[in-house]
Structures are given as structure tokens and as C-alpha cells.
Design a protein around this ligand. Structure first.
Ligand SMILES: *Cc1c(COP(=O)(O)O)cnc(C)c1O
Length: 354
């Protein structure tokens, strides 16, 4: 396949941010843009200075939300290399999201080439301090200037980059979770399995309520029976119950996380029994009551692992593992981040050098 990225990098370099990077606050010197036109396909891939874009106010994405995105990171190793983690999985998942939202797919190799090209361009923005990384945000949105409801005939693909600080500057802190009983995130047949902005728009009400009550995140239950556990905040969720690892099965309303997939693989290879099945909130309470609930944690690219220390279920307050991170969660965290920052061997071939 013939594919070329045009570079227009004629802009002065910005000063690098000083002090705390936080998450998603700073953007690098450049961005990647590529357009889609029906009949022509994806065309005009280009790297240009990072900056505002112009859109018709009638652009379809602004009215009907036809948009999908991805999230991955570039990591700097001690010897100065820059590594990506399973980027082809993000390419594949973005295409799955594209199919669900009736949007055009991008060839997986082209997609990964785009990510590598923009990261290579702004390579000096990949931070080197402990725990930091360069967050990569690819996204696609509908650009037809049209108010009728249908799928757009034109789209824009973009990749922006943001240097991000350590998620755990003071060590891993378990979070307090609130169980959402009023609102749901997704239902089977909906868009829960796609990474689209609309899912996030629908989740902010709950997250805001949970924050107001002093909780960090929301535990989402299934949208039909409001009984089975689906995800925690914007992460997949795992439990360790009497030595066995349990995570909700992907039945159409749960986002198939790449960290989830990697954690399952690592755990199985380590000899753990990992079961993907439905797990109800009642089972969780029972496991807590009889002392078999050993660990609970979320998985996702941003935090890698986020242990849950406390749960509020109606009037019932549950404390897990004395509110501390468990040994299994810690081991997954150390192993995955060890590979990502090139500190330990990667026997899976998951890391890809830029
Ligand atoms: C992105 C995302 C995840 C985690 O996926 P990773 O590939 O592990 O980063 C989990 N749940 C939701 C809703 C997400 O959007």
C-alpha cells in the first residue's frame, strides 16, 4: 500500500511545561490530520503545527455525535528509547468502534504508521521522569455540513499528543467507589462496546454525583437488571475471590480494554484461574461478608491498575483488603509498567519501538 505523510512543521517550538504535568493539560508542537471523502477513501495524511481547526457550525459531529477515539501511551526507557504498547490493538479497536458508529475504517498498518510518525516528530516531548509518559489521543469525527440524520460522507482523523505526569506520584492509592443505581452507562445492543465520545457524555452526570458525595468513581451495573457489575468509572474491573480472578464477560455493553486483555494473559500465564463471567452485586456483598473478597481493582491505560479500597452500596459500606492495594494488583502493575518502561523483559512482543 502506497502511503505518505506530508510534513508541514513550520512553527516555532513551544517551551516544555515546567512542574506538574497532570493529565491532558499540555499539547505538543504538532498533530496529525487525515481526511476521508466517500469515493476517495482516506487521503492527505499530514503532520502540521498543533493548533485550532476550523469547522462548519453545521458539521454533523456537533449535532449527532458521530465520533470515536482511542487512548494509548508512548513511554521513554532509561536508555532513551520510545516504546508503544500493543498499538495494533488500538487500531483494531478503533475500527470496531468505526463499524458500530457507521464510520469508515482505517487500515491497521496505516493507523499504526500514523501514530509512529507523529510520536517520532515530537519525540522530544516524551517525558523521562519516573512514571511519566506521552498520552496519544487519536480520534475521528463527522464533518459533513448537514443537519439531516444519516452517516456523514466526510470525516477527519486526528492524533494529538499530551505529556502526562505520573498517575501515582505518592504511590498507588486505593479509591472509594460509589455504586450507581439510578443511571446506566450502556446496554447490550447500544454503544458500550465502542469507544465513542457519546458514552462519556452519558456518564458525566453520575461521575459528578459521585464526586459531590466524596467518591472517586462510579461502579456501573448492567442496564437491564441493574444487578451485574460492568465497569468501574472508565476502567474494566477485576475481583479476586477466594484466590480466583473474576472479571465481567464481554457481552456487548463493556468496553474491551487492552489493559484488561493484557492482565488476563499475564495472570493466566502466572497460573491464576481467570474467569470471565457475570458477577452480581449480591455475590460481591456475600464475598465481602464471608471474607473471601480479597481484591478489587480497575484496569485501563491511564492508571494501569486502580485498586478499590472502599465501596458504598446503598447503606452498606465495604472495605476491601483493609483499604490497601492487594498483592495481585501490585504484581500486574509492576509487570505491565515494567514492560512499558523497558525495565523488564517483554516475552509477549507487546512493546513496539518508535
Ligand atoms: C478506554 C476504556 C477502558 C480501558 O481500555 P484500555 O484499552 O485498557 O485503556 C475501559 N472502559 C472504558 C469505558 C473505556 O473507554
Amino acid at each position: 500500500m502506497k502511503f505518505e505523510i506530508i510534513r508541514d512543521i513550520s512553527a516555532p517550538k513551544k517551551p516544555k511545561p515546567q512542574g506538574e504535568l497532570g493529565f491532558g493539560r499540555y499539547f505538543t508542537d504538532h498533530m496529525l490530520v487525515m481526511n476521508y471523502t466517500e469515493g476517495k477513501g482516506w487521503h492527505d495524511a499530514r503532520i502540521v503545527p498543533y493548533g485550532p481547526i476550523t469547522l462548519e457550525p453545521s458539521s454533523m459531529v456537533l449535532h449527532y455525535g458521530q465520533e470515536v477515539f482511542e487512548g494509548l501511551k508512548a513511554y521513554r526507557t532509561a536508555d532513551g528509547r520510545v516504546l508503544l504498547f500493543r498499538p495494533e490493538q488500538n487500531a483494531r479497536r478503533m475500527n470496531a468502534s468505526n463499524r458500530r458508529l457507521c464510520m469508515p475504517e482505517i487500515d491497521e498498518d496505516v493507523w499504526v504508521s500514523c501514530v509512529k510518525a507523529i510520536v517520532a516528530e515530537d519525540r522530544d516531548w516524551v517525558p523521562a521522569e519516573e512514571g511519566t509518559s506521552l498520552y496519544i489521543r487519536p480520534f475521528i469525527f463527522a464533518t459533513d455540513p448537514f443537519l439531516g440524520v444519516r452517516s456523514s460522507h466526510t470525516y477527519q482523523f486526528m492524533i494529538i499528543l499530551s505529556p502526562v505526569g505520573s498517575y501515582y506520584p505518592e504511590g498507588i492509592q486505593p479509591v472509594k467507589i460509589y455504586i450507581e443505581s439510578e443511571y446506566v452507562r450502556a446496554v447490550k445492543g447500544g454503544t458500550g462496546l465502542a469507544k465513542c465520545g457519546g458514552n462519556y457524555a452519558a456518564s458525566i452526570r453520575s461521575q459528578s454525583n459521585a464526586h459531590a458525595k466524596g467518591y472517586t468513581q462510579v461502579l456501573w451495573l448492567d442496564g437491564v437488571e441493574r444487578k451485574y457489575i460492568e465497569e468501574v468509572g472508565t476502567m474494566n474491573v477485576f475481583f479476586k475471590i477466594a484466590g480466583e480472578i473474576v472479571t465481567p464477560a464481554l457481552e456487548g455493553s463493556i468496553l474491551p480494554g487492552i489493559t484488561r486483555d493484557s492482565a488476563i494473559r499475564l495472570l493466566r500465564d502466572k497460573g491464576y484461574t481467570v474467569t470471565e463471567r457475570r458477577i452480581s452485586i449480591d455475590e460481591l456483598v456475600e464475598a465481602s461478608d464471608n471474607g473471601s473478597l480479597e481484591e478489587m481493582f480497575g484496569t485501563g491505560t491511564a492508571a494501569v491498575i486502580s485498586p478499590v479500597g472502599e465501596l458504598q452500596i446503598g447503606e452498606k459500606h465495604i472495605v476491601i483488603n483493609d483499604g490497601k492495594i492487594g498483592s495481585t494488583a501490585q504484581w500486574i502493575y509492576d509487570t505491565l509498567t515494567g514492560m512499558q518502561w523497558g525495565k523488564i523483559a517483554d516475552p509477549y512482543g507487546w512493546t513496539v519501538e518508535v
